[in-house]
Design a protein around this ligand. Sequence first.
Ligand code: NIG
Ligand code: FE
Length: 406
Amino acid sequence: MAELLLTGITQLVTPSPGPQRGAAMRKLTVLQDAALLMRDGMIAWVGSRQEAPAAAQIRDLGGVAVVPGLVDPHTHAVWAGDRLADFEARVEGVPYEEILARGGGIRSTMQATAKAGVEELAQLAHPRLAALLHSGATTIEVKSGYGLDFGAELRMLKAVRALQESLPATLLPTLLIHVPPTEGREAYVRAVCAELIPRVAREGLAEAVDVFCEREAFTVEETRLIFAAARFNGLPVKLHADQFNALGGTELACAVGALSVDHLEASGEAQIEALARCHTVATVLPGVTLHLGLRAAPARRLVDAGACVAVGTDLNPGSSPLFSAQLALALAVRLNGLTPAEALTACTVNAAAALGLRDRGALMAGQRADFLALHSPDWRDLAYTLGANPVRDVFVGGRNIKENGL
Ligand code: NIG
Ligand code: FE
C-alpha cells in the first residue's frame, strides 16, 4: 500500500500507548496543526505539519481533529429474536433479574438464537457491527453466550469469524459462559471445561473466555473451574462481575490475572482496592446504567484509586441496546464521572488492553493506522455530542471505510 500523508489536522490527540492507570488516564498529547504519515496500514510518523516528511501522496483533511480509533471491548452483537416485551415489562416495573429468573430475558434470547444458523446470525449482526464501526469502533470484541447448547455457542463464534470477511473492523470473538441450564449445572460446567473450551481453543474460534458470575448465573467456585480450563487451553479470561451483587468474582479475576472485569455497578471499596492493585482492566458499561436504570459503576473512584479503566457499549438486546461506541464514551462522562480525556483513554488504549492488545489505541509510529477524523476542529466534541455522530471518517489499517463502500 502506498504511503499517505494526512494534513489539515487542527488537533491530533492521543493517550500514551499501552494501558494507562489513575492520573495517567488524563494525560493526552494534543498536537496543533499536525500531520500523520501512514505506510502499509501502520502509522509511520506523527508531528507538526511544518516538520512533516515528504510523502508519495498527500491528503488534506480540511481542518478537523484526529483521534485514535475506538476499541469496543465488550459486545454481545450476535443474537436472534428481540427483547421488546422485556423492555416494556421492565419499564412497567419488573426487574431484569426477575425476568431472567422466570425464564425470560437472556433465556428467551437463547431460545431464538438456537433456531438460527451461522449465516442468519451473521446477517443479523452485520448492521449492528456496521453501526458500531460508523460510530468510530475500529476494533470490536463480540461474545457468544446465547447458545442453548454447545452447537449454538459454536455457531455464534463461527458467525463472528464469517463477519470478519465482510466488515473492515477487527473483530475479536470471546467464548462467553453465560447462564447455566436449569437442571444439571454441575455436569454442564464439567462439559464446558472438558469439551467446549478445548474444542474452541483447538479450532481457534475465540480469543478469550468470559463468564457471567452472578446469583442468576455462575458462582465464584464455578467461575474458578472455568477459568482453570481456559488457562489450561491457552486462552486468557475475562469476567462479568458485580452487576447486581458483589459475590467475589472481581477478587478472583484479579487474583488469576484476568484481562478485564466488566460491569462493576455493585462494586464497593474492596473491589475497587483489588482492581487498583492488579493489572486487570476495570471495564464499565454506561449503556446498562442508562437502559436498566442501575446505579453507575464507580469509574471515578476506580481512576482515583489508580485502576486502569476501560469503557464498552455492552451492545446486547437485553441490558444495553447501545449501537454507538462514541455514545458509550460520551455517557461515561455523564454517568460514570470520567473527564473527556479519561474517557478517550478508556475507549482506546485501555479498551485495547482489556483485549490483550497493545498495537492500537494511540497515534504513534508503530501503531496500527486505526484513527478517526471528526466533523469538528475540537476533539472534545467526541465526548460532548449526544445523538448525532461527530465521527466523519473512520480509518482502519490505513483505509477509509467510507471510501471503501461501508
Ligand atoms: O452484559 N449481564 C449479563 N449479560 C449481558 C446481558 C445479556 C442480555 O440481557 O441479553 C450483559 O449485560
Ligand atoms: Fe455483557
